[in-house]
Design a binder for this molecule. Structure first.
Ligand code: BDP
Length: 709
């Protein structure tokens, strides 16, 4: 198998199981228009019943009054008269009601809207595909209306931080002709109830507005619409000046406003249901409203005004605003402070169709961060939390990290706004602060690889993202179990093995990459891959370990550091300000301590580092061994592919272990109590070997190689 169908393979159930299931007479679908998600739902159910149960069932667009054994798919408004709408509980936008025990042996899949009907169809099929015949009569509603993904695709076909091949949307400056992959992608997204895709990189290119590309965007939107998906686009703030021939991009300049109004009109002509704009500005050297001495709100509202006449389009204004030329010598210069410093005072200044899009942590998708304090600082401005399905700092799909447990920790975190329960999931759902429109988005970098994302196991993160945005209370373990049954097999060994590897993957990666809240100790300047603890200090990207010969960690306290703790609501601030109450896994995020500081476990910081890196690397060795149990239980092609990746990860985990341990050992000179670090008498160093055709070279970073060679 190639993996192209992801978790929607609809593998046939064994005959002895499928024969126990009822037989259907017809599929009744209330919409006979091909662009309607209800129509798609009918087709999908037809296909699913054929593949999962081996039943050929016809679709009918007219229901006769004494129908029996039918699957009935409709919206609340178009439901056949025989269905009493009073039976259906209240549904939110995109919600659905699934009743497998309806009268006359029928199944009812009723959406609040067309999209909801399609979600219901997928829910039903994914139950069947897992051999789950349990009767169900339940309403299913989303936690939040905004459930988006952000692709970081460039017009030339490359993908920023993409590890799964070239873009499915763009090639050589233009939108591709063939929409096959786009439709397959839409199907996957829709099955986990995601409702919008921003198709281009946040580092945006205005050539997207060329005539051919506007037409291309129309094709993408038309392909996605039957799957209940809407598209949005990322804009480059300085487009009017750099590409529109205007002298300025000042957001208060009337010509600039007209320029955007005009572009917006052209876009809506092609994509009448465009969901909106994503804006990255004044970030990482890019221009923005601050460049023109205007506020970030002035900038966001300019786009909001342009969208306003077209209905419900929103501006997703990214809070990832910071200056990477900070002066590191000053403690107060802390990139983690930037978002609150820039946005807090603007809370009442954004138009109502602006949503501030906030990365989940204050820095940048690290292996461990506290939640972004900005999530607790905006009360009037609606927010969306930004996750990253792409494993940018988490091994880039060459290592496997299942992220649902990480996201769950973030979403469960109680911010204690005004001293009241304020779980982040309730903030982003809009419940806590009474917002009408807020929610989730994620950086997602699927490409044209058959694995979609570069690693078969990593696609579980996309599935899990959809499940968690719909219901943030879902359990990461059951999510991965469902995903495994759908993706690989119902076999218990398969399910247990994939679940075990997945649930252990984040702690393992954290152990061998960066512990105690020091962040992922990877190369920080550009690649964001592989160990390079030395690159963390002495540059303005702001991910500072502040490691010297005696101590390590970033002091973010009010008492002696950057004051970052004070950006959290009082009760949370108190916990982080105090070294005693700061959890060990964030110790070095908030505090600067001697390597000999004792953790709650009784170990010193440095010994914990040594041990954790050994534990993590040792644990990574178990993954290929665990996986080997699946030989013959799943298809060879995916088996071999994952086996190779896990083997690579196991090896690279050792490189990680030794690089990080050697680096800190070199810095502080404190010996490993267990005598392992920098002591490899059994090794034959490569530079001492002789092999014709090879020369010995210095390796950067030096700690990633034996003896730096
Ligand atoms: C960083 C990425 C960079 C992105 C940036 C962003 O390394 O490629 O452009 O985030 O989110 O994590 O804008």
């Amino acid at each position: 198998e190639t993996g192209i169908d992801g978790w929607l393979r609809y593998a046939a159930l064994p005959a002895d199981i499928s024969s126990q299931y009822r037989r259907f007479s017809s599929i009744f679908v209330s919409e006979n228009i091909k662009t309607s998600p209800v129509y798609t739902a009918g087709k999908e159910v037809q296909d699913g019943l054929r593949r999962i149960l081996g039943q050929e069932v016809g679709i009918s667009f007219e229901i006769d009054s004494n129908h029996t054994s039918a699957v009935i798919i409709s919206t609340i408004d178009t439901s056949p008269t025989t269905l009493s709408t009073a039976q259906v509980p209240k549904l939110k936008e995109d919600g659905f009601w699934l009743n497998t025990q309806a009268e006359n042996d029928c199944i009812h899949i009723i959406g609040q809207n067309e999209r909801g009907a399609l979600y219901g169809a997928f829910e039903y099929l994914m139950r069947l595909a897992q051999g789950n015949f349990e009767p169900v009569t339940a309403a299913n509603n989303p936690s939040a209306p905004i459930r988006w993904v952000n692709q970081w695709d460039n017009l030339d076909g490359s993908i920023e931080r993409g590890y799964g091949g070239l873009s499915i949307f763009f090639r050589d400056g233009e939108v591709v002709e063939d929409m096959t992959r786009v439709a397959q992608f839409a199907r996957l997204l829709s099955s986990v109830r995601l409702n919008a895709v921003v198709v281009n990189n946040v580092n945006a290119n205005p050539k997207l507005f060329s005539k051919t590309n506007l037409e291309g965007l129309r094709r993408i939107a038309d392909t996605m619409r039957p799957w209940g998906l809407r598209i949005g686009i990322s804009l480059y703030f300085d487009s009017p000046r750099e590409f529109g021939g205007l002298p300025t991009s000042d957001p208060l300049d009337p010509d600039v406003n007209n320029w955007w109004t005009d572009i917006t009109a052209k876009l809506y002509e092609k994509v009448p249901d465009l969901i909106g704009y994503t804006i990255k500005a004044n970030s990482e050297g890019q221009p923005g409203p601050l460049t023109y001495n205007r506020t970030l709100a002035d900038g966001a509202n300019m786009f909001a005004r342009a969208l306003k006449p077209y209905g419900d389009g929103v501006v997703m204004y990214r809070a990832f605003v910071y200056n990477h030329h900070l002066d590191e010598s000053k403690w107060s210069n802390d990139r983690a402070n930037a978002a609150v410093e820039y946005f807090k005072d603007l809370d009442d200044q954004f138009d109502d169709n602006v949503i501030v899009q906030i990365k989940w942590g204050p820095i940048d998708f690290q292996v461990r961060e506290p939640p972004s304090p900005l999530l607790a600082n905006l009360r009037k401005t609606k927010v969306a939390i930004e996750f990253q399905v792409a494993q940018e700092y988490l091994g880039q799909q060459s290592h496997f990290v299942y992220m649902a447990p990480l996201w769950k920790e973030v979403l469960d975190f109680d911010m204690r706004i005004d001293g009241k329960p304020s779980a982040i999931r309730d903030i982003v759902s809009g419940e806590r602060l009474n917002w009408s429109r807020s929610g989730y988005t994620t950086v997602l970098n699927i490409g044209s690889d058959n694995t979609w994302i570069g690693h078969h196991l990593s696609l579980s993160n996309l599935y899990a993202y959809g499940r968690m945005t719909w219901d943030p209370l879902s359990d990461p373990t059951s999510i991965i179990q469902d995903w495994t049954r759908l993706t690989f097999s119902l076999n218990k060994t398969v399910v247990d093995t994939v679940t075990k590897i997945s649930m252990e993957s984040w702690p393992t990666y954290e152990n061998y990459s960066g512990n105690l809240g020091i962040q992922t100790l990877c190369d920080i300047i550009y690649t964001h891959y592989g160990p390079s603890p030395g690159s963390q200090d002495g540059n303005g990207w702001g991910q500072w370990t502040r490691a010297n010969a005696t101590s390590i960690g970033m002091d973010r306290t009010v008492a002696s550091g950057s004051g970052n703790t004070a950006q959290y609501p009082q009760e949370v601030a108190k916990i982080y300000e105090n070294i005693e109450t700061t959890p060990d896994n964030l110790l070095l995020w908030f505090h600067h301590v001697p390597y000999t500081h004792r953790l709650k476990s009784g170990k010193t910081v440095i010994q914990h580092f040594y041990d954790a890196h050994y534990e993590g690397a040792a644990h990574a060795q178990t993954f290929p061994t665990e996986w080997a149990k699946l030989k013959g239980l799943i298809d060879d092609s995916r088996f071999e592919n994952v086996a190779f990746k896990l083997q690579y990860q196991a090896g690279h985990a050792i490189v990680w272990r030794d690089s990080v341990n050697n680096f800190y050992h070199g810095k502080c000179g404190i010996a490993d109590e267990k005598g392992r670090v920098a002591n490899y008498p059994w090794r034959i160093e490569a530079e001492n070997m002789r092999l014709s055709g090879y020369t010995v070279v210095s390796v950067t970073p030096a700690e990633a190689a034996s003896g730096g060679k």
